[in-house]
Write a protein that binds this ligand. Structure first.
Ligand SMILES: Cc1ncc(C[n+]2csc(CCOP(=O)(O)OP(=O)(O)O)c2C)c(N)n1
Ligand SMILES: [Mg+2]
Length: 904
């Protein structure tokens, strides 16, 4: 306990006074009981807080609303009209899911999630969420993915969608792909959704880092983000994802009072209760409060207020505190008699509290999350929290499937129900009091009809006026460059193109230079965002600390231990680098915020996130997929790449497959450059594609592997068109004049060393001349080839297109051996498009630790194995004598019976 280490170590300066206080407490407990004692202690703590007697916060409070009735603000809206609007939204949201499943059985969708959260959204739409029509960026709102039908239904009421649109919910292929996406997907609805959320946990962590990124933009005086709040709506079940809660301490550390989480606590997830035997709201309160958040619980609807006011013995409070969620869920499905007997029943004092209420009244004691005024109070408090330094979480207790009827409400199966019987629909209509609008005739004619109040209706006028006052309809995604990005000067890249002379350097070092040069660029340098996850030193980026400075919202309040060194750890509130600490998920979320800033804020930023390549696609692959959905533009730099190049780290560090995983993400432009000039050319072309206007799809991002092996970086060959580097393959060295080309070796990344050594040996010792090609991107080559193949399949009567890789390699003769520090699957992406015998070499198998030489021998990607592969393929063709093969094996000491590294 906090007290053990505190009270027991301090001298008691007035023992008599202490004893008096203790005696009073004892007396209270004895005479009035523990509940009263607890109440008094809470009052004392409250008073102490008011008087700014700092005291460690208690992490949980009783199971009642945080904002007492007396502190509820005046509600400025028209409750009646807003309720009517809400009912129309509820109705249409339900109809669109039911109709979707009628027209295509099994198409899915969710009825109950939105039904539980309608008020949580509507209060925001009518009173809080800011739009973009005033030219500013507005609020950033992360809608709970499964609540999408409700958001569409509101857009329908606002006239943004028609019935045909609603009828294309989850039908994303017809009508030229203009369906309504199942969940928030900017990739599929780029004018509507801004933030992808449906993979549980990614919404909350992205929202958190978006709020942080807004502060970064503000502190660096790049964009005035002070008027934008970030709202994240999430499910209570969703909070079990590590990403949901794993970063919340950052929000309070960074004083993100521009951030509001709203947790829809319907006590259920997909299969059943979130905490049947516990209390999820209490658990979340403790977690968030412990992390320094402002926690607002909205548990009880207004009708409970009178009961609580009468609860002199604290029995009601005690019952609320001790009833577990599973039981609350049960009460939601039972009648008034059951509630009277079981909740209020056992204790006569409790039973007496509700003796004046009918059974119906007991059923209708609503949860706070369905009480509009309580929610208004919570949202208002949250939005007035700016300046407090604390982020806010609203924990709103709701019922899953609310208003949908007994077949839905709080049922364990409710998450999955997508259909309604006619009776259930009629019941819903009655419950929503929509008889006038939805006549029996209409139902007879249309089955499950949509209904929309006309433009002259008071509901329409009211909701549109509210949205106008708040900056227009949302959600809305807009690419509206408020701060366009100028292209960097060409000289930024010149240093890398000229090579390193005799000096041995790595592509990582080259990239760090490039990053520095980019940041110094007069035109766009300020818009570069270098991001590292506590790995800057590993990549030599500590060199950037003093110049760029590490972003720290509170500046640097200490004198760093290395202050006298050239490369000291320099933090500043206007720092440019984001040093995220050991969180790949957080770093990726930061990167996404920066990489989508061109749209969310109209402020194009160019983020470079540099990380251990092993901990990228593999560790946070789902966030990368989310980035693709969000149309992120930026650079992911997979450093310490290669299963043999990063030596000594073993199987959890040595990456030989991130390029395989990268191949699964369509917009990802994945490159495996060997030389610094290749890195420079790819980055230059990438910036132009993503932020310039060169006619190519700009909604892509780049993944480049970087290695830590040092070698002299060659200058960019004279006459080499940088576009040839970007297209994925170019001839790096032809055979010597006057010799006959017998085979071809393709290399990528650090494997160029083995390829070049093998080529030299084959030529010098055996007169076998090979040309060397740098394969910078098998992914790009494959996608080009697939496109050609598809075109040919669909246009059989027209002249066939020839894939680029087929054209390029069709020029040569003999076998093609491809070597890289990645799995064979990487070059195999193009195998069937290479019009010659194809032999891939690669690092298949789990990694292990040893020297580079030993590892390359082990994985059979060293010079000896490249030479062997070339000679073996030539011998198989009958072009050379088999003796050459045997000679190569003998000279290199290659053991034909060594164990296959894949099996180890
Ligand atoms: C990463 C991930 N895992 C699983 C799912 C499947 N899934 C969708 S909704 C859901 C339950 C959601 O419960 P909760 O967060 O409480 O939301 P509610 O619908 O109750 O508001 C699950 C498991 C998912 N979307 N994402
Ligand atoms: Mg839930």
């Amino acid at each position: 306990m906090i007290f053990d280490g505190y009270v027991n170590q301090l001298p008691d300066t007035d023992a008599g006074e202490t004893q008096e206080w203790l005696d009073s407490l004892d007396a209270i407990i004895e005479v009035h009981g523990k509940t009263r004692a607890r109440y008094l202690l809470s009052r004392l703590l409250d008073r102490a807080r008011e008087a700014q007697v700092s005291f460690p916060a208690t992490v949980s409070t009783p199971y009642v609303n945080t904002i007492p009735r007396e502190s509820e603000p005046w509600f400025p809206g028209d409750e009646h009209i807003e309720r009517r609007i809400r009912r129309f939204v509820r109705w249409n949201a339900a109809m669109m899911v039911v109709r979707a499943n009628k027209s295509a059985d099994g198409i899915g969708g969710h009825l109950s999630t939105y039904a539980s959260s309608a008020s949580l959204y509507e209060i925001g739409f009518n009173h809080f969420f800011r739009g973009k029509d005033d030219g500013n960026a507005g609020d950033h709102i992360y809608f709970q993915g499964h609540a999408a039908p409700g958001i569409y239904a509101r857009a329908f009421l606002e006239g943004r969608f028609g019935e045909d649109d609603l009828d294309h919910f989850r039908r994303e292929i017809g009508r030229g792909g203009r369906g309504l996406s199942s969940y928030p997907h900017p990739r599929l609805m780029p004018d509507f959704w801004e933030f992808p959320t449906v993979s549980m946990g990614l919404g909350p962590i992205s929202a958190l880092y978006q709020a942080r990124f807004n502060r970064y933009l503000l502190n660096r005086e790049i964009d005035d983000t002070s008027q934008s709040r970030v709202w994240a709506f999430l499910g209570d079940g969703e909070t079990d994802e590590p990403e949901s809660l794993g970063a919340i301490s950052l929000a309070s550390r960074e004083k993100l009072d521009n951030l509001i989480f709203v947790v829809n606590c319907n006590l259920q997830r997909l299969d059943g209760p979130v905490r049947g035997n516990g209390k999820v709201i209490q658990e979340l309160e403790a977690t968030f409060r412990g992390a320094g958040w402002n926690v607002i619980k909205v548990i009880l609807g207004s009708k409970w207020d009178a009961l609580l006011a009468k609860d002199k013995d604290g029995v009601l409070l005690n019952k609320l505190n001790t009833t577990v969620d599973g039981q609350f869920q049960r009460y939601s499905t039972e009648d008034g008699q059951y509630i009277r007997d079981h909740f209020f029943g056992p204790d006569p004092r409790l039973r007496a509290l509700v003796s004046h209420l009918s059974d119906d009244d007991l059923v209708n004691l609503p949860r706070g999350g369905h009480d509009y005024r309580k929610l208004y109070a919570a949202y208002k408090a949250a939005t007035e929290n700016l300046g407090s330094g604390a982020p806010t979480v609203i924990l709103a207790k709701t019922i899953k499937g609310w208003t949908l009827g007994p077949g839905f409400e709080a049922r364990n199966s409710t998450h999955q129900i997508k259909k309604m019987t006619k009776e259930q629909m009629l019941d819903l209509r009655d419950r929503l009091h929509l008889h006038d609008e939805i006549s029996d005739d209409l139902i007879e004619r249309e089955g499950f009809p949509y209904v929309r109040p006309g433009e002259d209706s008071i509901e329409y006028q009211y909701m549109m006026e509210r949205r106008r006052a708040l900056g227009g309809s949302i959600p809305k995604r807009q690419v509206r460059p408020r701060r366009p990005l100028a292209q960097p000067a060409d000289k930024v890249f010149a240093e890398l193109r000229s090579g390193s002379g005799e000096m041995a350097v790595s592509t990582t070092m080259g990239f760090t230079r490039l990053l520095r040069n980019l940041c110094r660029d007069e035109q766009m340098g300020r818009q570069v965002v270098p991001i590292v996850p506590d790995e800057g030193r590993t990549f030599g980026m500590d060199a950037l600390f003093p110049e760029l400075k590490i972003y720290a919202s509170q500046g640097q309040k200490y004198e760093p231990v290395d202050h006298d060194l050239l490369l000291s750890y320099a933090e500043s509130s206007s720092g440019q680098m984001l040093e995220e600490g050991i969180t790949e998920a957080g770093s990726l979320a930061s990167w996404i915020a920066a990489a989508t800033s061109y749209a969310t804020r109209g402020t194009a930023m160019v983020p470079f996130y540099t990380f251990y390549s092993m901990f990228g696609f593999q560790r946070v692959g789902d966030l990368i997929w989310q980035a693709a959905d969000a149309r992120a533009r930026g650079f992911l730099m997979g450093a310490t790449a290669g299963r043999t190049t990063l030596l000594g780290e073993g199987l959890q560090h040595q990456d030989g497959h991130s390029l395989v995983l990268a191949a699964t993400v369509p917009p990802c432009q994945a490159y495996d450059p060997a030389f610094a000039y290749e890195v420079a050319s790819i980055v230059q072309a990438g910036i132009e594609r993503m932020y310039g206007d060169n006619g190519q799809d700009p909604d892509v991002f780049y993944y480049l592997t970087l290695y830590n092996e040092n070698y002299p970086m060659p200058a960019m060959p004279a006459g080499l068109d940088p576009a040839h580097i970007v297209r994925g393959l170019y001839r790096w060295a032809d055979v010597a004049d006057g010799t006959e080309q017998k085979a071809t070796v393709l290399f990528s990344g650090s494997a160029h060393g083995a390829a070049r050594a093998a080529a030299a040996e084959l030529a010098d010792r055996y007169g076998i001349h090979v040309d060397l090609w740098s394969a910078t991107s098998y992914k790009v080559l494959r996608e080009d080839a697939l496109a050609a193949e598809r075109w040919n399949r669909l246009h059989p009567s027209q002249p066939a297109q020839v894939p680029l890789v087929t054209q390029l390699l069709g020029e040569g003769r003999g076998p093609v051996v491809a070597v890289s520090d990645f799995m064979k699957l990487v070059p195999e992406q193009v195998a069937r498009f290479v019009p010659r015998p194809f032999v891939p070499l690669g690092t298949d198998g789990m990694g292990r630790s040893d020297t580079r030489e030993a590892l390359r021998r082990h994985f059979e990607v060293d010079a000896g194995h490249v030479a062997l592969a070339v000679a073996g393929a030539l011998a198989a063709q009958g072009t050379i004598d088999a003796g050459v093969v045997a000679d190569i094996m003998a000279r290199h000491g290659i053991d034909a019976d060594s164990v296959d590294p894949f099996t180890l």
